[in-house]
Design a protein around this ligand. Structure first.
Ligand code: UDX
Length: 404
């Protein structure tokens, strides 16, 4: 199939690479000339495990351009542009401008919206373009985006005339939910909100564990997760959820619901708790270290989670700001992120630790679980992602560990 992918961020690039690797003719289009230039020179603008290899292997089926005229050659035009929040509400400007570019070039093409959009958006795009619009939300996590796209738990397809899109994803062998556009759009928000609630829930249980001797949130999570009705995933306590999706989507669906007279109190509570969590953790670090004022603090991990270079809504960056407000002198190390103006970043993890009195793990990079025990000797360690083996280190606080 000939497919145009509009918007080459994490979602668009991964979708383009996977569809090209399945033998489709894919043209990736982006308004960012620099990004296209870099892709044409073989440089992948983001870090996503396996993406570079996938793009290289599929090069004969994959083109990149900033020229929207190439849309004319395609049967399906995938919209993968961002849907940021503006004043707490979803801003559709990029989706609408991509739709307009498509409308100008073809009267027969089918638009497929992969961007996360509120219910009613596909209908709106269909009305303004006069084209068939299918909803096909993504459920891929950064860091494992290739395998999540190739082997998803389910494929959700909304709208009429969905046959081509069903055919396109049939290689995944995943269950397909073929439904209305509005259901497909809502499935995405309901799923992300539910996962955000799950994370806030386990973080509150972690708070409780810290007050009860001989409890450990990790063990409680295992015990809960083996119940099939609950499931083991997304029960990892830590700094709360960050990234480009959960914080934005939970806020967008809450205000959308509110406009319709429905209070999503559970989602709102998860949002409020997630916001509060960083302040609570900074206060705990300050109290348990007998004040961080004037002390050097090393924060390990800057991206919003492991295996990505994405710092959008990074919990580490928020924590660092809070600690600085308590007077801490913060430095950081990350295996990939090494060029932020606002943060003093060390190139080497051991050096970063050696220079500090307090060490905080804030992202679950596997490299951190290999830290040399001797280097941590004499340091006050706060394992806020539970990456360290408690019996190997003297840990002042491990999130959700009620050992004391
Ligand atoms: C998310 C959704 O998982 C994906 O389906 C959607 O399409 C896009 O948004 P992503 O933002 O890439 O994916 O990351 P995810 O793995 O979901 O993690 C989100 C945040 O929650 C991260 O900050 C992560 O550290 C945190 N998290 C996740 C936890 O704190 N505990 C967990 O158990 C899981």
């Amino acid at each position: 199939m000939k497919i145009a992918i509009i918007g080459l961020g994490y979602v668009g690039l991964v979708t383009a690479a996977v569809l090209a690797s399945q033998g489709n003719q894919v043209i990736g289009i982006d308004i960012d000339k620099k990004k296209i230039e870099s892709l044409l020179n073989g440089n992948i603008p983001i870090f996503e495990p396996g993406l570079e290899e996938k793009i290289k292997c599929s090069a004969s089926n994959l083109e990149f351009t900033d020229n929207f005229d190439h849309i004319r050659d395609a049967t399906l035009a995938y919209i993968c542009v961002p849907t940021p929040n503006f004043n707490g509400k979803m801003d559709l400007k990029y989706v609408l401008s991509a739709s307009e570019e498509i409308r100008k070039r073809s009267k027969e093409i089918t638009i497929v919206i992969k961007s996360t959009v509120l219910p009613g958006t596909a209908k709106k795009v269909s009305e303004v373009t006069g084209l068939t619009v299918i909803s096909n939300p993504e459920f891929t996590r950064e860091g494992s985006a290739i395998s999540d796209t190739e082997k998803p738990d389910r494929v959700v397809i909304g709208g009429f005339s969905t046959k081509l899109v069903q055919q396109l994803w049939s290689f995944t062998k995943a269950p397909m939910i073929v439904t209305s556009n509005e259901n497909a759009e809502l499935i995405k928000y309901a799923s992300n909100s539910f996962l955000a609630v799950k994370i806030s829930f386990i973080n509150q249980i972690a708070d409780l564990c810290e007050t009860i001797p001989n409890t450990d949130v990790n063990e409680v999570a295992i015990g809960m997760g083996l119940d099939k009705r609950i499931g083991k995933d997304f029960l990892k306590a830590g700094l709360g959820y960050g990234g480009s999706c959960f914080p934005k989507d939970t806020v967008a669906i809450s205000s959308y619901a509110q406009e319709r007279g429905v209070e999503l109190t559970i989602v709102k509570s998860a949002i409020n708790y997630n916001d509060q969590r960083i302040r609570d953790l900074a206060r705990k670090v300050n109290d348990l270290s007998d004040s961080v004022n004037g002390k050097s603090v090393c924060v390990l991990g800057l991206s919003f989670k492991d295996n990505t270079d994405d710092i959008r809504e990074s919990r580490s960056l928020l924590l660092m700001k809070e600690l600085e407000m308590y007077g801490a002198k913060v430095i950081a190390y990350d295996p990939i992120v090494n060029n932020l103006k606002s943060v003093k970043i060390c190139k080497n993890m051991d050096e970063c630790i050696k220079k500090s009195e307090i060490v905080i793990t804030s992202t679950e990079w596997s490299e951190f679980s290999q830290i040399n025990k001797d280097i941590l000797k004499g340091k006050m360690v706060f394992d806020l992602r539970r990456v360290l083996e408690p019996k190997d280190f003297k840990i002042v606080m491990g999130v959700g560990n009620g050992k004391n």
